[in-house]
Design a protein around this ligand. Sequence first.
Ligand code: AR6
Length: 176
Amino acid sequence: MQPRMQVLQGDITTLEVDVIVNAANSSLLGGGGVDGAIHRAAGPALLDACRQVRQQQGECPPGHAVITAAGNLKAKAVIHTVGPVWRGGEENEARLLEDAYRNSLQLAEANSYTSIAFPAISTGVYGYPKAAAAEIAVNTVAAHLIRRPQLQQVIFVCFDDEMTKLYQRLLTQHIQ
Ligand code: AR6
């Protein structure tokens, strides 16, 4: 049986999973990094969908998540979550990063999806230390999956070698 948590190095926009998670900002209106890549690959329909969510719900605060259709992506939906900006570690960053992962997983389950791919939220422009962020990602997802059979596959998508190795090491410590 495949482990439910997996690591993959590459571009998250190419994955054929039910849900791709976007490391967005509170405006939900696009940006650089993985956010820019997802919007480019999905096409203008994604921005339209984000604008609609914004009109209905306002901005998306750090730790929260919203779901939209996925435009031209192979995924069925995009969950946009906002990670914390790293400000030294005393500003509730760890808690907000956990919330971003947990709320994304809950939203995927609430929409009956079974596979989801995460980028390493907050580890780019937002400056969260990579090792600490990877540990939070894996521990939060692992804790969430216990006794929840619906999500069959959670893929951590890494862009660079360093991040990939960090996740690989962490996943070997988890019996799935
Ligand atoms: N596939 C997978 N991972 C990627 C990709 C990709 N195509 N592109 C970048 N990464 P970042 P943040 C990795 O900066 O730190 C945006 O402007 C990257 O190497 O995208 O949460 C938003 O609009 C890094 O490890 O997100 C916000 O303003 C990780 O994705 C702000 O950046 C996250 O880097 C959010 O900052």
